[in-house]
Ligand binder design. Structure first.
Ligand SMILES: NC(=O)c1ccc[n+]([C@@H]2O[C@H](COP(=O)([O-])OP(=O)(O)OC[C@H]3O[C@@H](n4cnc5c(N)ncnc54)[C@H](O)[C@@H]3O)[C@@H](O)[C@H]2O)c1
Length: 347
């Protein structure tokens, strides 16, 4: 099924069960694929182009040094400027392959075939590509939209449970940005992820990134949960997965919003949200470890980093943006921990 996207949107978006070779590029193409997916790809009757690269890239290797051998490989083939790169994998691989496609010959076309729930629901759409620097995540990158996004849900069959839960947080984030409490609550329950949720999240994100491709305004809303989330993720030494950190960041944002005088969230929402996060308690860094990371947030608005752009959700209403000092997160961080401990006692 091809999803409806705004007119003139840079990426055609497909949500399918199994992979379809008809959606591969028509002309010359090559592949950078996650080695874990090779069997499933070939097993589904999908072709392996000459000079395909099958790689295993852990989050710690989301670095510029990882893409240099890919670029050298393409130049030695050689891959010409009319060729298309197909990226098959999770967000780490697709962010890097998109970055490599943006760099090679100053930019060749690419397609993204996301294989994790997180990449399907979020990372693969919107044209942000990138790599990490020692100072922080995604500090280098380019906006380079893929021509086509093909999400094949059958490929999720091999994805470990923890990564399915991880991707679910980006879906819950979408519901909270919209203020759609019933949808958010539905996703907080146990039970399998529904394809309709992914479809809805993709359609929402396509609209936002189309209106604000360079994150000058509205697109910042997609960072809901990411300010505290990124700090917790880094402070855990990346033992927290990205989506898990976003989940903690979402709860923190609900508490911060309330402290900022916005409409409070009812216990009937905060409790199930906290319950889902309880297993992450051992990975939550203490406040003093988070503060310096918040202060150097990529989205800091002022030169001295005195204020950071925070996205605040509201129960039943769309989220809003507010510039706040990093210290504003201290109390939500403490309350978040205490809510999670309360849920442990209840369980
Ligand atoms: N570009 C963006 O807008 C954007 C948005 C959100 C997140 N991201 C980035 O996404 C990255 C996280 O992506 P992720 O959560 O997909 O993690 P990931 O890419 O590390 O994949 C998770 C693990 O699952 C494996 N895997 C992938 N697909 C599989 C499958 N179908 N079956 C079995 N195993 C599979 C991978 O090999 C890896 O070990 C982060 O680096 C984050 O910065 C980017």
């Amino acid at each position: 099924m091809r999803l409806a996207t705004p007119s003139g949107f840079a990426t055609e978006v497909f949500l399918l069960e199994g992979p379809d070779r008809e959606l591969l590029p028509e002309g010359a193409w090559t592949l950078v694929g996650d080695l874990r997916l090779r069997e499933a790809w070939v097993g589904a009757g999908m072709p392996e182009p000459d000079h395909a690269l099958w790689v295993a890239v852990p989050e710690e290797e989301k670095k510029l040094r990882t893409v240099i051998p890919w670029l050298e490989h393409w130049a030695s083939v050689p891959l010409h400027r009319d060729a298309t790169v197909v990226a098959l994998g999770g967000g780490v691989l697709t962010d890097l392959a998109g970055l490599a496609a943006s760099l090679y010959l100053r930019g060749v076309a690419w397609q993204v075939w996301p294989t994790t729930l997180l990449a399907m629901a979020d990372a693969a759409l919107g044209g942000k590509t990138g790599a990490d620097l020692s100072a922080g995540k995604n500090l280098v990158g380019a906006f380079h939209s893929p021509r086509r996004l093909v999400a094949c849900t059958d490929l999720l069959a091999s994805l470990p449970e923890r990564h399915l839960d991880n991707g679910r947080w980006e879906l819950i984030k979408t519901a909270l940005i919209l203020g759609e409490m019933a949808w958010a609550l539905e996703m907080l329950q146990e039970g399998p992820v529904k394809i309709a949720w992914v479809e809805r999240a993709l359609a929402f994100k396509a609209g936002v990134v189309h209106r604000d491709p360079r994150e000058a305004g509205e697109r910042r809303l997609l960072n809901l949960g990411h300010t505290l989330g990124h700090a917790l993720e880094a402070a855990s030494g990346y033992r927290l997965l990205h989506g898990e950190a976003v989940g903690l960041g979402l709860l923190g944002s609900c508490l911060l919003a309330e402290e900022q005088g916005l409409k409070p969230f009812p216990p009937g929402f905060l409790e199930p949200l906290a319950r889902r996060l309880v297993p992450l308690i051992p990975l939550i860094a203490p406040w003093p470890d988070c503060l310096p990371l918040l202060a150097r947030d990529k989205k800091a608005t002022h030169a001295a980093g005195t204020e950071i752009q925070c996205i605040l959700p509201r129960s039943g209403e769309p989220a809003v943006q507010r510039a706040l000092p990093p210290q504003a997160w201290e109390s939500p961080h403490a309350r978040l921990l205490s809510l999670l401990h309360q849920e442990t006692v209840r369980a």
